[in-house]
Design a protein around this ligand. Sequence first.
Ligand code: HXC
Length: 516
Amino acid sequence: MGNSEALDKFHRMRERMLEAGGKDRLDAQHEKGKQGARERIAALLDENSFIETQAYIQGRAEEFGLDKKKYPGDGVVTGTGKIGGRQVCLSSQDFTVLGGSLGEKHAERVALAQELALKNGVPFLQINDSGGARIQEGVLSLDGYARIFKNNVWSSGVIPQFSVILGPCAGGAVYSPAITDFVFMVDGVSHMYITGPDVIKAVTGEQISHDELGGARTHCSKSGVAHFRFATEGECFDFIRRLLSYLPANNREMPPISPVSDPPDRETPDLFQVIPEEPRKPYDVRDIISRAFDENSFLEVHREWAENVVVGFAKLAGRTVGIFANNPKVFAGSLDINSSDKGARFIRFCDAFNIPIISLVDVPGYLPGIAQEHGGIIRHGAKILYAIAEATVPKVALILRKSYGGSYIAMSARALGYDRIIALPTAEAAVMGAEGAANIIFRQEITGAPDPGLKRQEKIREFQDQFMNPYVAAGYGFIDEIIDPRWTRVELIRSLEMHSRKKEDRPAKKHGNIPL
Ligand code: HXC
């Protein structure tokens, strides 16, 4: 082949590769509010930073009766590029090619990109838009999924992994996102389910729409499968770029430090006003977060699910921290099954990626109820204890108000592994609330009194005066300092600084056995 012939062929092949499923199918994507696979990569990555891998890979289409449907790239675009100047690897499924279905070579391509990410120690991002296993390729497709799942597991805790669901993600295909650290969904665009509405109708008779079954709202608020929900793909990509700027590239690096825009010595004069005088009155712990941490730095994770606990990343004097907070606004901030799962998974992500943990404590206990007990609150609640005790990153607890019983241990106990425990003057570290305690330990005195109601009130007050404060726990050395609320931000920064060189090991083992 002469040079000009070779160049002609090069251009023809390249055009075919870029054309993928063709203009009509791309237009159909746009009509659904979706972008094409390459458009998404261009929108997400820094300009001109994309380097493609295995661009011309092709499936063994003839063998599967797909000879007219042979596409260079095999329905997915993979490679590496930069976000905010830092390297990531990624895959982006192309719905215009055989519905983005995953065949042998498609899987090989995704797996190679995952392996590139792991070898280089950079985050891996997968954009899912696919009809699932390519039916014609049968078990070869299943084998491909298996390789991807294994890579997800091997990468877990080594590099951050994001799954961006921008179309269907059905059947066993959902298990790759489920293994990754964060799942992103877009309203009206993303759907995830093991079996779709038609199969459910045939098997159980239940009727439900695609959106209700597995749309963004469902998975962000009901199932907890997804962490972040957006109105558009563009908003989703903006957020991913921001989130990555908080995270290290891998488990051997420290998170990036951003320029300090909020003075570390800023006082927090109005923070104390957030906490109501009346101890049973709710408030939103986000109002504490917005005052104490760097301005506008809070990136909430799982915002719509298990809202009695608030978790997310923030900056403190430019450094990334993970916040694990009770939210008295919902179920009085108590810990239940879902909030335990939410908290424990977040804590383990932070620990894996060298992000200090700050717990903000206002918790009356684990949530009582038959549904909770029968749903396994014992098994689920244990996850938080496990995750905190296992974590070797700096761990700071700030007790805002209540810290009672088993939840005191989970949220603030030094013996569990918190490095520094500080408290506002309103803190109450106790085995239970005053009413419950008085009813038990003064029962005989109360029932034997001429006016039991009056006696109960008297005993509750007596218990409150004696035990419902931070000084008993501080007297035992369980609380390091009781702080002036106006110095909350400063005290948190100092608490982190004093542990910035922390090194801790655990007994050698293959891995622990967290109660799942
Ligand atoms: C092969 C597929 C495909 C698949 C879609 N296509 N899914 N080809 N294998 N799994 C093809 C269609 O034939 C069609 O080709 C093109 O992609 C676009 O699909 P449409 O159906 O026209 O698109 P739409 O109406 O938008 O519907 C999208 C869809 C639907 C909801 C995803 O295609 C669908 O239900 N597909 C099957 C989903 C499924 O059951 N997957 C599970 C497979 S088993 P043409 O040439 O006509 O344009 C599985 C197990 C994995 O995934 C286990 C892993 C452990």
